[in-house]
Ligand binder design. Structure first.
Ligand SMILES: Nc1ncnc2c1ncn2[C@@H]1O[C@H](COP(=O)(O)OP(=O)(O)O)[C@@H](O)[C@H]1O
Ligand SMILES: [Mg+2]
Length: 320
């Protein structure tokens, strides 16, 4: 069976109005925040799609919508060709069986009172399927030992806990894994080990990843395709090598410049420029124009369409 994801014009608004009484007294209108803004993308089977962008750009919301933890406001979310937004609950649940999510914080996502064996086997046990030896096998697969099954989460380091989360995610034989900043809470020295494990598992098992990160350097070795989000909108998308060789959107270029680089004195150079604007009242035209060195009157008034330039899709009036 194919294991793919397709998003079409996905949009999610959050009502961020003050409570009714405040609105009446302070004469405030309702306020809406567009966390995901008309996002379309495709993740073919057995590939890694990385979504990158600064904090608040809508990465987690997209991941949570695909995982079914948050409803979409509009648009299409297809998992294995089934539109899980408009289909019946039963069919959507069936499609989502192929899909698991790994979260950022391996401390918060493991129940401290449960033994590792039960944590890992739960997604399978819940369906009434026998789980003998399952946790032990999976622990070895993620680089831990079978004997760890009898321990509790507090006996493990952050990196080991994330391995346990990965083992749990694999227990139900998913075809697609959504990884929301899976290594951001880990020490830098441990990050690459966990990333390597995830790469190896993908190859062994032919998995499809939606990999969410705020850090382009983290996705550099994993991703086949990279989408760059800004204020909920996909501003650029390209095959990994294309994006790294020739970032076309000024925001992508800024992200590359902002990736920690040291000068000869060991100081960081070129920190990110400017603040992310208020998502409740985004600037008119291209949302990036207040931070953009190329901004013109056109950018200040007209929202750019997505254009194709070679293998890149980019939403910028001046990209070429
Ligand atoms: N439940 C919610 N209610 C209101 N606003 C939300 C909610 N969840 C997310 N947001 C807002 O949506 C935007 C995108 O958030 P998020 O998807 O978490 O971004 P990221 O993962 O890229 O940091 C942010 O402005 C955030 O404050
Ligand atoms: Mg997030």
């Amino acid at each position: 069976m194919s294991a793919s994801i397709r998003l079409k014009s996905l949009t999610r608004d959050f009502d961020v109005s003050k409570p009714w009484l405040n609105r009446v007294i302070e004469r405030l209108p309702r306020a809406t925040l567009r966390a995901v803004d008309d996002v379309s993308l495709e993740i073919p089977e057995n590939s890694v799609y990385a979504l990158v962008g600064e904090s608040g750009s809508g990465k987690s919301t997209i991941g949570r919508i695909v995982a079914g933890l948050v409803p979409a406001s509009s648009g299409v979310v297809e998992v294995n060709g089934i539109d899980i937004v408009s289909t019946g609950a039963e069919q959507a649940a069936e499609a989502r069986r192929n899909l698991q999510m790994i979260f950022q914080d391996p401390y918060a996502s493991l129940n401290p009172r449960w033994k590792v064996r039960d944590i890992i086997a739960e997604p399978v046990a819940i369906r009434g399927v026998a789980t003998d030896g399952l946790a032990e096998r999976l622990l070895e697969q993620v680089g831990l030992s079978a004997a760890d099954a009898g321990k509790f989460p507090h006996e493990f380091s952050g990196g080991q806990r994330q391995r346990i989360c990965i083992a749990r995610a694999l227990a139900s034989h998913p075809r697609i894994i959504i990884c929301d900043e899976p290594t951001s809470a880990l020490d830098v020295s441990v990050q690459s080990q966990v990333l390597n494990l995830m790469s190896d598992l993908r190859e062994e098992m032919g998995l499809t990843y939606l990999f969410i990160s705020h850090d382009l350097t983290v996705v550099q070795h994993m991703a086949d395709r990279i989408g760059v989000l800004y204020l909920g909108a996909l501003v650029e998308e390209a095959p990994r090598d294309r994006l790294f060789a020739e970032p076309k959107h000024p925001y992508t270029q800024m992200l590359f410049a902002a990736a920690p680089r040291m000068d000869a004195f060991g100081r960081e150079v070129e920190p990110p420029k400017g603040e992310i604007p208020d998502a409740i009242n985004p600037p008119p035209g291209c949302h990036y124009h207040p931070r953009c060195p190329l901004a013109t009157d056109l950018c200040r008034s007209v929202v750019p369409e997505t254009r194709r330039i070679g293998a890149t899709r980019v939403r910028c009036h001046h990209a070429e």
